[in-house]
Design a binder for this molecule. Sequence first.
Ligand code: ZN
Length: 294
Amino acid sequence: MAALAPTPLSKHPLSSSPKIFDSRVQSGEIQPTQFRFLASFRSNTGVRLKASAEPPALTRCDKPESLVEMESGCDLFDELKNRFLSFKSQKYMENSEHYQALSKGQAPKFMVIACADSRVCPSNILGFEPGEAFTVRNVANMVPTFESGPSETNAALEFAVNTLEVENILIVGHSCCSGIRALMSLQDEADSSSFIRSWVIVGKNAKLSTKASASNLDFDQQCTHCEKASINNSLLNLLTYPWIEEKVKKGVLSLHGGYYDFVDCTFEKWTLDYKGSITDGKNRAVVKDRSFWC
Ligand SMILES: [Zn+2]
């Protein structure tokens, strides 16, 4: 059993190569593709209006697909089409009974809260199959407190915990998280001109604890420290929801943290050991069952 604190980072592998974006993004290599992609949709106003007025038209994939190809000069949707047909023939059709059963309902044992980052899809790295994990992804895999009011994250939590009755909530953080870097870079916390700033401030306590305990590290190492501290902050925030705390106390719901380092391809997992009130300074939340997968 150990105190709820991030793993020491004195020899963290990211210390020598910390970057938010990879070199291709920094050089602008990816952006033109994104802009072309967006431009093709923005210029297809007629298509969008037609699709809105006639939903069935969306099932005729020939026209939108060919327009994207013609106007963008790329075949992104050809690739997606191939992947979908491959999924259909290799997974769906071969497990059709399973998929038919899923049409009746779902009973996942996990709710997963992961970052929206394109590099860290939890189903991809942990092998969740359809029906196994109710998943919400947001910037920096954060959970706001109960008092923060409604958000898509706590709406998903309410459904997963109270309706689906999941047995585990797993928060998955990751290396090189742009959202955490935005949090750590925040100068004026009152600045609400950015949706990103307004969101990542959810992790304010993780930033404060990082600044307090890791001030001797350089900024990139502090960001890595905060990536883990923020997971713990969100685990504690989960306990501010009365219906979550009640189930955790009863032992029917477990809260877990996970940290995926995609530079080294390692995964660290731990479980919250909670029996008392987090508002009582004498009862510290601790972690148990920490394991390191490499
Ligand atoms: Zn992230």
